[in-house]
Write a protein that binds this ligand. Structure first.
Ligand SMILES: Cc1ncc(C[n+]2csc(CCOP(=O)(O)OP(=O)(O)O)c2C)c(N)n1
Ligand SMILES: [Mg+2]
Length: 687
């Protein structure tokens, strides 16, 4: 069969699979993959340096399906290229990533073809996508990682890293603000290794984009300092290929390939689309297949010629590239063993041996130090020991203290992508997504901002948890402790909402040494993101000869200072309120009441401890318990129980010096002691 006919056969086979999968599942979006299939096909078959047999080799090009609702497109490509499955230990398994049975059970429980691409669940998926705009923003982090890896690890004759990053986006991705934030950053940085493909079919769920989206997207991207190439017809494979050549030739700017396409209408003769997210219907599928020239009565039809065609195309090209890279890397290991070792460790998400030796210890200090400051010091020490810990702030580094100040840390800038201090700009949502993309590229990124603005980044924070990637989200200015800035800047509900995210470890350390122990835990994470919640104001550094060691952080909560004998009351606190609990404990001792203080920097870790440990910290017999936290009370009842009390924020804060705020909102030793006394008295009454 002539090459051109094979191309068409492959494209229409993909279209048939996409229609069938959605039809069988009776749910999904068949129209989108139908329209853009020729573009995705051309990219994979002719350009993408990806070896389906080894979908994780480090220098592969990345493909991110930002219009994640078109997942059948990716499932079909992984099926037809016979991509291999990889396990969580990065071993290639002897089974396919996606089988025909998976596609036949699209959107059903345990199928490797879920509704949207899920990283970790299906090999070959580079990022979880579905929330529109996230994929493109994440791809910017991957492009940044490619650049940073090249700057740090390439040597003369050894281009170990030079991969490109492609993301396929729809109208929805282009409407979402996050894509503009990310495109602005990518344009500024001149990521010419980044190519977004805009599937401009001018249809979204409510109908034609004329009802809401009429701007000139190409002009917008030119203003972002991108190279913009237009393809007038998605079905014109030569024009599509020319656009990708333009991307490959562009050396200074990212490229937007704006493709005019037609969403699949569910009928070749009708001119109005069926409702979005609905199968076409059995008859329409048949007539569409007839129109495309593929057997109308065969479901999930794949001719061997198409498998063979992919085997001769992307599979051969990808395998050649991968094998050549492996040879190059072997020689690199001989010539440059140290950086080669770093690259290898990174791939397995391991850190350099002995990295923990870099962790400092802080001396007792009654006046103390803000946890944002101690964290900045610890971060600097750890980052100096682990070269691929890198990141920055959303324009707040002087406040969040995340600047890396040691020699050679450098800035990540358009003319030097080897620096480790990123200036993400005031773009929290894209910043968190970019950090996700860096983590997906096996770097250990952190980013920082004020806790209040974690809301702006939440979509991407959520995906870091869903993808199980070790991003460190650093949030300072953690409470009404910010004082004069007032309620716009004083977080209340943010802690509870971060704790509500499954798989995110949220830490609110109480003093500098708890910060150290937090970083000890966080540094070793391989599959979990963490949020660090840090104070702006100084917190006393406890005398650890008098209270328990801070290593208790690893258990999530620990007895910081115990009562003599069985406690009358347990005071549970986090962050700045731990010192307050300690003062209240002294006050109660004056009345002959024995209080135990529990520091609980991380709920999630505590909840994972065996019951014996949890009962030892919070003995079930001790019902008088008071939790103290300058945040929403939501969730604390589970630790204080029915007979306990919570001292928390029930309103927004206020603009005033901190001292006045503490009195106004009741965070004083006297109030804590009063509430504790009431709890104890109520308990005595009951018995
Ligand atoms: C952030 C976000 N908001 C809303 C949705 C729900 N949604 C799924 S597909 C879709 C329409 C997307 O339009 P477009 O990107 O043009 O894709 P097409 O309609 O062309 O397939 C919407 C709104 C989503 N997935 N993500
Ligand atoms: Mg659209």
């Amino acid at each position: 069969m002539p090459e051109h006919d094979l191309d068409l056969l492959a494209v229409n086979t993909i279209r048939g699979l996409c229609m069938d999968a959605v039809q069988k599942a009776n749910s999904g979006h068949p129209g989108t993959p139908m329209g853009i299939a020729p573009v995705a096909y051309t990219l994979w078959q002719r350009f993408l340096r990806f070896d389906p047999a080894d979908p994780i080799w480090p220098n592969r090009d990345r493909f991110v399906l930002s219009e994640g609702h078109a997942s059948t497109l990716l499932w079909s490509l992984l099926l037809l290229t016979k991509a291999n499955a990889v396990d969580p230990d990065y071993e290639i398994l002897g089974r396919a990533a996606v089988t025909l049975d998976d596609l036949k059970t699209f959107r059903q429980l345990d199928s490797h073809c879920p509704g949207h691409p899920e990283y970790r669940w299906t090999s070959g998926v580079e990022a979880t996508t579905g929330p529109l705009g996230q994929g493109v923003a994440t791809s910017v982090g991957m492009a940044a990682a490619s650049r940073w890896l090249a700057a740090r690890y390439n040597r003369d004759g050894f281009d170990i890293f030079d991969y490109d990053v492609y993301a396929l986006a729809g109208d929805g991705c282009m409407m979402e603000g996050i894509s503009s934030e990310a495109a602005s950053f990518a344009g500024h940085q001149g990521f010419s290794n980044l190519c977004w493909i805009y599937d401009s079919n001018r249809v979204t769920i409510e109908g034609h984009t004329d009802i809401t989206f009429t701007e000139d997207v190409a002009a917008r991207f030119l203003a972002f300092r991108w190279n913009v190439v237009t393809v007038a017809d998605a079905n014109d494979l030569d024009a599509v290929a020319r656009a990708f050549h333009s991307f490959k030739e562009e050396k200074e700017r990212p490229t937007l390939v704006l493709v005019h396409s037609h969403i699949g209408y569910g009928s070749p003769v009708e001119d109005t689309p069926k409702a979005h997210g609905e199968p076409f219907g059995v008859d329409a599928v048949k007539s569409t297949k007839r129109f495309l020239g593929i057997p109308p009565d065969e479901d999930f039809w794949v001719p061997d010629a198409v498998y063979d065609h992919f085997a001769r195309g992307i599979c051969t090209r990808g395998a050649d590239a991968r094998v050549a890279w492996e040879g190059l890397f072997k020689a690199y290991q001989g010539a440059h063993p140290e950086p080669a070792d770093e690259v290898e460790r990174m791939q397995r998400r391991e850190l350099p041996d002995g990295w923990q030796a870099a962790l400092p210890a802080f001396p007792t200090d009654a006046k103390g130090i803000a946890t944002r400051d101690s964290s900045g010091q610890v971060l600097n020490a750890v980052a100096e020991a682990v070269p691929w810990i890198l990141g920055g702030a959303a324009d707040l580094a002087p406040s969040t203290k995340t600047h890396l100040g040691f020699d050679d840390a450098g800035d990540f800038e358009p003319d030097d992508h080897g620096g480790r201090n990123f200036h993400f700009g005031i773009r929290e949502h894209a910043t968190a997504a970019i950090a996700n993309g860096m983590a997906l590229s096996k770097l250990r990124p952190y980013w920082s901002g004020f806790l209040i603005f974690s809301d702006y980044a939440r979509g991407a924070i959520r995906l870091s948890a869903l993808m199980e990637i070790p991003v460190v989200h650093i949030f300072t200015h953690d409470s009404i402790g910010v004082g004069e800035d007032g309620p716009t800047h004083q977080p209340v509900e943010q802690l509870a909402s971060l704790r509500a995210l499954p798989g995110l470890l949220v830490f609110r350390p109480a003093d500098a040494n708890e910060v150290v122990e937090t970083w000890r835990v966080v540094g070793a994470l391989r599959r979990e993101p963490a949020a660090l919640v840090l104070s702006r104001q100084a917190l006393p550094t406890f005398d650890r000869t008098r209270v328990a060691p801070a290593s208790g952080v690893a258990q999530g909560a620990y007895v910081l200072a115990d009562a003599e004998g069985s406690p009358d009351v347990i005071l549970i606190a986090t962050g700045s309120e731990v010192a307050l609990a300690m003062s209240a404990r002294d006050e109660l001792a004056g009345d002959g009441l024995q209080a135990r203080v529990v520091s609980m920097p991380c709920w999630e870790l505590f909840d994972r401890q065996p019951p014996e440990y949890r009962d030892a910290v919070l003995p079930p017999a001790v019902k008088a318990r008071v939790a103290i936290e300058q945040a929403s009370s939501l969730g604390w009842d589970r630790y204080v129980g029915d007979a306990g009390a919570v001292i928390a924020m029930h309103t927004f804060g206020a603009s005033a010096p901190l001292k006045q705020l503490l009195t106004k909102f009741g965070f004083t030793p006297e109030r804590v002691a009063d509430v504790a006394r009431e709890c104890v008295a109520a308990g005595r009454e009951r018995t």
